[in-house]
Each structure stands twice: as C-alpha cells, then as structure tokens.
Write a protein that binds this ligand. Structure first.
Ligand code: SF4
Length: 374
C-alpha cells in the first residue's frame, strides 16, 4: 500500500529574489554575494543605509546588553521586511578555517533572528563551519536549495562569478582606492587603477576595526572622512593581505583565533612593523564586544612595547559625535606634537654635528686661504 509518510515532500521553489541586510558580512562579502546571485538571475535587494530608526528598531527587539552591531543588523533585517522583501539571507558563519571561529552572535545569527523577529519570512540560513568540515561549496549549495537550484556545476559557476567581482573589489581597495568607490565600481563589473595620489598628509594612522563598524558611516561617525580632513592618512585592513596579516600576528608571537582577527590584530600588527610603521593606531570597537576587547588589549600591550600611541574608541547607540570628535582631536593633536618633537630633536642632533662640520669647513677655508696667500 502507498505510504503517505514515505511520499517525497514537494516544495515549491522560492522566487529568485533575495534581501541582504546592509550589516555584518555585507561589509566584507557583498561583492561576492552580488556577483554570485546576479549570475543566477536573482534580484538582489539591500536594506537602506543605517539611520537612527534602523538602530532603534533593532534595539527595541533585543536585550539591551546585546552588542551594538547586532542591534544594527536586526534593524536592517526589519527594514527589508518593511520594504516587502520576504526572502532574506541570514548566514551562520561558524568558522572560516579549522578552529578559527566567529563570535557566538555571528555563529548563531539565524537562531537569534528566529527568536526576536516575529514577522514571518523565508530565512535562507546556510552554515559555514570549516572546523566541522562544512565547507564553502556546501554553504552555497545549501543557500540555493530553497530556490530549486541543486546542480553542483551551476553552483560552482556562480561562485566563480562571485569571486571575479570580489577579487576586483579587493584589488582596488588594496591599491588604496577608497571603500565606497571600490564597491560601486566592482558592482558595475569594472576595475579601475588608483591614479589619484593625494599628497599633503602630515600624519598616518592605522584603524583596527570590523568592516561592519568602520565602513558603516553612521556607526563609525565618518571616522575615515574626519581623519582625511585633518590631513591624516588612513590605513585599514583593506590595504593588508591575509598573508601579511597572518605573518604580522605571528611576528608578535600571537595566533589567529577569531575569524575577524585579520581586520583587528592583523591590521594593527602589520602597521606596527618597522617597515610599515604609522604614527598611531585607532581601535574602533563596539561596546560589549568580548572578542574586540581581547584583541584591543593584546594590541595595546604590543603598542606600548614599541611606543606606538593607541586610541581606543568604543561605540554604541548612545555615542555622541561631539565626545567622539573631542577624543579624536586630542589624539591627532598629541600625534602631531610627538612628531614635531621628534623633528626638533633630529634638528638639534644635526646642530650638534654641524659645529664640527663647520669647524672643519672653517679650518679647510683658512687652509685654502693660506695656500692662496702663499
Ligand atoms: S564580534 Fe563583537 S561586535 Fe561583532 S557580533 Fe560579535 S560581539 Fe558583536
């Protein structure tokens, strides 16, 4: 007899439209996501730029001691639902290589969303967990299953399209093109060379921060733009390759534990090296973030050892621009005074040498004069 329980479940594939919250992995991976989904004919919708409403909406449904970026993420997801997007990509990025983990919020993102958002929608929730041997292709195959795409060759072709866009983006940011321009150019399927060599910077700093904190202009309060206006050259993780970040971490005698470690410890360590040394380091982290506090402490220890000034800015939904600016101003002012003192010290050292040189010169002049006279 026909057994109803054994009947294969027929699931209607979802339409090819996907929402991506402009938060968390968006800031690192969006060129890949876009290239991947577009190559398969998807309509890709992203949430609006972060606003106070988005922050407040996210904060309203989470417990108050959740980290700030998580509140922002939830706000963006609600924004997509408000726009009528009913299928949203919420990946669970557990570990990016063997025993290199993300924090519990990023690992458990689908579970958190399920528990705090009570509006029904289709959650696309693939898992990447290289420690448990759930790899990159497994992740994308799981992503596409609800849309009825199961052919492995098709999945591989789409990942190739994703990599092409992502590699263009990285090549541009690595050459010094700013984040926004590199992103928009990569999404158009183009690549440009960095021809603008802006000069006239007096100081240089490296910022250690997650992409989702630094490149979200509302969260970072346009930190990069502010520093640029103060004639401070800014370096970020986008100018450091994974190989450079890894070797810099090892150079400090540390190991990579957190998935985002290259953006923080790796970047700071790279720019603390003698050959890449900047005038100072700015750590930008979210209030209540466990991994960041460990990484910032670690870098603060090494920065002190090599006498590199470090400013730690913490952000949350209540951070005011005035206080943020005062601390930044004071730090840049201190860097400038330090630099000036070093310049003066070097000039003084030259002065100590000069009398001997000029003495020599005088002796030589007198000697040659006496020869002429003779
Ligand atoms: S790493 Fe920190 S800021 Fe990022 S999600 Fe985890 S706790 Fe939040």
């Amino acid at each position: 007899m026909f057994n109803r329980d054994q009947k294969e479940e027929i699931i209607t594939p979802l339409p090819k439209k996907i929402g991506i919250p402009r938060a968390f992995s968006y800031y690192n991976n969006f060129p890949f996501y876009y290239g991947f989904f577009k190559s398969l004919g998807f309509e890709v919708v992203i949430s609006d730029k972060t606003t106070n409403k988005i922050i407040n909406d996210g904060s309203a449904v989470l417990v108050s001691d959740s980290c700030f970026p998580l509140k922002v993420y939830v706000g963006h997801l609600l924004n997509l639902l408000e726009k009528g997007v009913s299928t949203i990509f919420v990946p669970s990025l557990q570990s990016i290589s063997f025993k290199v983990n993300n924090c519990s919020k990023i690992r458990g993102l689908p579970e958190i969303i399920r528990n705090v958002v009570d509006i029904p929608f289709n959650m696309i929730e693939p898992t990447l967990d290289k420690t448990e041997e759930i790899g990159f292709y497994d992740f994308w195959e799981e992503t596409l299953k609800p849309f009825g795409i199961t052919d492995k060759k098709v999945v591989k072709r789409a990942t190739k399209a994703g990599w092409e866009m992502y590699d263009n983006f990285l090549a541009m940011t690595h050459s010094g093109i700013d984040y926004k321009l590199a992103l928009s150019t990569a999404l158009e399927g183009r690549k440009i060379n960095n021809t603008s060599r802006k000069e006239g910077y007096w100081l240089s700093v490296a910022i250690m921060a997650h992409g989702y904190n630094l490149f979200d202009e509302r969260i970072s309060m346009k930190l990069i733009e502010k520093l640029d206006k103060m004639k401070v050259k800014v370096y970020t993780s986008l100018q450091v390759s994974p190989t450079e970040a890894k070797s810099a971490i090892e150079g400090l005698g540390e190991i990579q534990y957190w998935a985002n470690e290259f953006e923080l410890t790796g970047t700071a360590a790279h720019f603390m090296k003698r050959e890449n040394r900047v005038d100072g380091i700015i750590a930008l982290s979210a209030f209540g973030c466990g991994p960041d506090s460990l990484m910032v402490d670690e870098i603060a220890y090494h920065a002190k050892r090599v006498q590199m000034p470090l400013l730690h800015l913490t952000i949350d939904e209540h951070t005011g621009e005035a206080g943020f600016m005062t601390r930044l101003d004071a730090f840049v002012d201190m860097l400038w005074r330090k630099k000036r003192m070093n310049i003066v010290k070097n000039i003084n050292n030259l002065d100590l040498v000069q009398p001997q040189e000029s003495e020599k010169e005088t002796k030589q002049t007198k000697f040659s004069q006496s020869i002429t006279k003779f």
